[in-house]
Design a protein around this ligand. Structure first.
Ligand code: GDP
Length: 301
């Protein structure tokens, strides 16, 4: 069994490669829930839905959000009747969210995800990191912002001074899934807002120490491939580089996968982690995703 820790962009890209070379039944994906909240009357678990759509080949992989070729009739009508939405939710995507909201109220988020994954024909296990509502605040030069306000309304523009999030309890199965895995893959997701929330769950860091862990750096050179990760790392005084990423995971990491462009960092990385894999980590085609996935799987002892 392989367990992947995921956010909603970098790791789903990698999952498109992993699912081509690993038996989906041998795959568990633990997904960040830090940014989950209610919008327009429905529960939005953006990273979980991105993983669900990725694993069922429905993902809009230009935006890494929502369903490809979705329509926006409800969204547009809401705007017309004076009810604009912060998130642009497509019609098919909204159906997923309505179902999840209803299921959640009856059976909780973890079971709701399990039911939806099954309905979408997904053979892998997809576990939300927590069933509890978490709280994340971006402390910026224009004040304290909700995560989605920072990301969407302010387009990640404000200067970030700090990132604060509440601790939550892991969903049932999170710690056991890691414990029973042959390896854990930390995808190239935002180390601050996607991976750290999973690592801060009680028991997770401890079990990772007893498991083979390979992480892919979302930072190449001195910047993130996309999104605000570098701003968040800077605010927390973490070096914006693969070295900074490795140091965040240094207490349990066995192998760090960095891009060819970071080959000059190899000896520095070797002081933090036993094995350093240098390869192309820019996942701009299915072949690139499969090649990266292959390198990761091959590295598992
Ligand atoms: P979010 O939930 O949408 O913030 O997405 P994630 O946390 O899963 O992923 C965001 C991270 O993915 C960013 O820090 C990017 O640098 C990283 N990323 C996106 N595409 C790639 C890629 O092709 N290669 C690598 N190495 N990182 C990527």
């Amino acid at each position: 069994m392989i367990t992947v820790l995921s956010g909603g962009t970098g790791t789903p890209k990698l999952l498109q490669g992993i699912k081509e070379i690993v038996d989906p039944e041998e795959l568990t994906i633990i997904v960040n829930t830090l940014e989950n909240d209610y919008f327009s009357g429905v529960y939005v678990s953006a990273d979980i839905d991105t993983v669900l759509y990725t694993m069922s080949d429905m993902i809009n992989d230009e935006l890494w959000y929502g369903v490809k070729d979705d329509t926006f009739i409800t969204h547009e009508r809401l705007e017309e009747i004076g009810c604009p939405e912060l998130l642009r939710i497509g019609d098919i995507d909204r159906a997923t969210k309505i179902q999840k909201t209803q299921l959640m109220e009856k059976v909780g988020l973890a079971k709701a995800c399990e039911i939806q994954a099954k309905n979408m024909g997904i053979k892998s296990r997809i576990i939300p990191m927590s069933e509890e509502q978490s709280d994340i605040k971006i402390i910026s030069d224009i004040g304290e912002l909700e995560f989605h306000d920072f990301l969407i309304k302010h387009q990640s523009q404000p200067e970030v001074l700090d990132v604060k999030f509440s601790n939550v309890t892991p969903s049932p199965g999170v710690v056991d899934a890691i414990k029973n895995s042959d390896a854990v893959v930390i995808g190239p997701s935002n180390p601050v807002t996607s991976i750290s929330p999973i690592l801060s769950l009680e028991g997770v860091r401890d079990v990772l120490k007893d498991t083979y862990v390979v992480a892919v750096s979302p930072i190449i050179g001195s910047d993130a491939v996309s999104g605000p990760a570098s701003k968040f790392m800077k605010a927390l005084n973490i070096d914006v580089s693969s070295v900074g990423v490795a140091s965040l995971y240094s207490d349990f990491l066995d192998n760090i996968v960095v891009d060819d462009k970071d080959s000059n960092l190899k000896s520095q990385l070797n002081q933090i982690v036993n094995k350093v894999t240098v390869t192309n980590t820019i996942m701009n085609s299915l072949d690139a995703k499969k090649n990266l996935a292959q390198k990761i799987i091959e590295s598992i002892p």
